[in-house]
Design a protein around this ligand. Structure first.
Ligand SMILES: [Zn+2]
Length: 162
C-alpha cells in the first residue's frame, strides 16, 4: 500500500459548522475523491456527537479516523498512496500503520489487543503534536474515549460491506 513519497501540501480542506449543522465543505484545487470522503467523515461525526462541545473536544480523535478511512478508501480504489519526506509529517505514516491493528471495517485485528491499539494511537498523537498541522486549540484529543471507539463511524458506514 505504500507508494512513492510526496511533498504536496496536505491540509487544503476545510469544513464549516454552525449551531447543529454542517454549513459546507471547502476543498483545495488539488482535491480528489478521497479528500471529499475525509471531509464527509467529519460531517458525519458532527451529526453523531452529542453536541458541538463533544465534537470539538475530540477533533483529533476524529482526525485520526478520517485519515485512516481515507487510506482505506485509497487502498480500495488502488490509488497511489504517498507520504511526505519531511519527518514532521511522520504521523501520516503512523496512521497508515493502523492497518496492523484494525481492519478496513474499523474492527480490531484478531491477533491484536486493545492495549496495543491504545499504545499505537498514543504514538500517533505524539507524532501529530509535533507536526506543523497541529494546533492545540483545534485538535483536542479526548482521552476518555477508548482508541477503538475512535473508529466507530468507520464501523457504522462499513457495516453492510462485509
Ligand atoms: Zn480532517
Amino acid at each position: 500500500m505504500f507508494g512513492p513519497i510526496d511533498n504536496a501540501a496536505y491540509d487544503e480542506h476545510e469544513i464549516k459548522f454552525s449551531t447543529g449543522k454542517v454549513l459546507g465543505i471547502t476543498l483545495g484545487e488539488n482535491y480528489e475523491s478521497n479528500n471529499l470522503l475525509h471531509e464527509l467523515m467529519h460531517a458525519y461525526r458532527f451529526y453523531t456527537e452529542e453536541n458541538s462541545n463533544a465534537y470539538n473536544s475530540s477533533n483529533l480523535n476524529g482526525e485520526i479516523e478520517a485519515q485512516y478511512t481515507q487510506l482505506v478508501y485509497k487502498n480500495a480504489i488502488k490509488a497511489n498512496i504517498t507520504f511526505p519526506v519531511d519527518p514532521q509529517y511522520a504521523y501520516r505514516i503512523e496512521i497508515a500503520y493502523l492497518y496492523m491493528f484494525i481492519d478496513e471495517y474499523g474492527k480490531l485485528n484478531n491477533d491484536v489487543s486493545e492495549i496495543e491499539l491504545e499504545n499505537h494511537v498514543t504514538n500517533i498523537i505524539k507524532e501529530y503534536k509535533s507536526s506543523p498541522t497541529y494546533s492545540k486549540e483545534k485538535y483536542k484529543y479526548d482521552s476518555n474515549r477508548t482508541a477503538l471507539s475512535n473508529f466507530k463511524n468507520l464501523r457504522t458506514i462499513t457495516k453492510n460491506c462485509q
